[in-house]
Design a protein around this ligand. Structure first.
Ligand SMILES: CC(C)(COP(=O)(O)OP(=O)(O)OC[C@H]1O[C@@H](n2cnc3c(N)ncnc32)[C@H](O)[C@@H]1OP(=O)(O)O)[C@@H](O)C(=O)NCCC(=O)NCCS
Length: 352
């Protein structure tokens, strides 16, 4: 079942006497792009302009749900229930314009997202919540996982801490993600996280001009069994984002970190400018000196944080609570699940 293609509009009174109009947006248009991108820059969420299309591609729901104060006014807020193939879902991009916050608009918007994941009969619904909204999400039935949080970390382009060796582990080969059967990436991610996202991992995703993605292959195996790691870098305002990092074990994760970071060069940053981002006009020398690479690390994998710290990554001070509706995480992210040893960095806090 999919809600895609359903045009949706509702009008609901807010608790403070206003009216919240909610409309769905399944496609990226200039108004949505400008509003969303403005929010990303204002909040410093460090995304690429190309992420918006990828978020929309990942979902079977009504897409972005936009809040309006007036019929003919601009959008003032958004949220999305990103519903994936296998009954899993993630609450993404919940934001209201600063001057409208705490007036009940967010509550109406969130209810529209709840409708999406309920109508699509999801089994597992998660979100990465900022600290101040944890009680709100708890009132909506989400419980913080006791197994781990998501920490934002960064590493300077010119970090003095050396990276691990870039020698490919014996018996393995590194490939551009474009060269492998994409269904393998879908299945590999599902085995790590529990999310099956054939809408995300598509040819058009890997054709994005702002990213480079690689898979690590064990040559002694065949087909899906042969994938032992997957990682990528993509552009963001601070420089580049290194995530996700999924790997069979710590040795594969170390190698993928070393290899993938060699792809995040100042030239890579310069080649893909982002709108309204100062760095887009910098020289390669300036980028090299001032840019940083960001990632989001799940602390439920006990080896992940120490691995990043060992190679010069530092916590940025932003920590999301990984929360699950009714406390029900995917089996992979539950006690004893695969994520504890294979999920080193998540895709991002927007879609899990
Ligand atoms: C999160 C956000 C979208 C909520 O929108 P909003 O319009 O302020 O929400 P509402 O006024 O409808 O309030 C929703 C609930 O959150 C609570 N709330 C809102 N802001 C809060 C705050 N700063 N601290 C504590 N509680 C808050 C309200 O009490 C309300 O609870 P209730 O409906 O259960 O009684 C908005 O605060 C925002 O854009 N924040 C910045 C972006 C962000 O951090 N997003 C969340 C990412 S996980």
């Amino acid at each position: 079942m999919s809600l895609s293609g359903t045009k949706y509009e509702s009008t609901t009174p807010t608790a403070t006497g206003g009216t919240c109009i909610v409309r769905s947006a399944l496609q990226v248009d200039p108004v949505l792009r400008e509003f969303w991108w403005g929010n990303m820059l204002e909040l410093g969420w460090n995304r690429s302009i190309y992420d918006l299309q990828s978020y929309l591609d990942s979902t079977r729901s009504r897409g972005f749900l936009l809040a309006y104060e007036r019929e003919d006014g601009p959008p003032r807020g958004h949220v999305m229930a990103a519903v994936f193939d296998n009954g899993t879902a993630w609450i993404a991009m919940f934001i209201m314009a600063a001057d409208l916050r705490r007036s009940g608009f967010g509550r109406v918007l969130f209810q529209a997202a709840e409708e999406d994941y309920r109508r699509l009969q999801t089994t597992y619904v998660g979100l990465d919540g900022v600290q101040e909204q944890i009680p709100t999400y708890q009132r909506r039935g989400f419980q913080p996982s006791k197994l781990g949080t998501v920490k934002v970390m960064s590493r300077a382009f010119t970090s003095k801490t050396p990276l691990p060796s870039v020698t490919v582990p014996r018996g393995m080969v590194i490939k551009d993600a474009k060269e492998v059967d994409l269904s393998w990436i879908v299945a590999f991610e599902k085995a790590v996280t529990g999310f099956e996202r054939s809408g995300l991992w598509t040819t058009s995703f890997f054709a994005r001009p702002d990213l480079k993605a690689v898979v690590l292959i064990d040559e002694s195996k065949t087909g899906l069994e042969s994938i032992v790691g997957f990682s990528m870098v993509r552009r963001c305002p601070s420089g580049a984002r290194f995530s996700p990092l999924y790997a069979r074990d710590e040795q594969c994760a170390e190698f993928l970190m070393a290899h993938t970071l060699t792809l995040a060069t100042p030239e890579f940053v310069r080649r893909c400018p982002l709108p309204q981002v100062e760095m887009s006009d910098w020289s390669e020398a300036d980028i090299s000196e001032k840019a940083s690479i960001t990632t989001e690390v799940w602390t439920g994998n006990a080896t992940a944080l120490p691995l990043f710290e060992k190679y010069g990554w530092r916590e940025d001070g932003v920590e999301y609570a990984r929360m699950w509706l009714n406390g029900k995480a995917t089996p992979e992210q539950s006690e004893g699940g695969a994520a504890h040893s294979t999920m080193f960095a998540i895709f991002d806090a927007a879609i899990g």
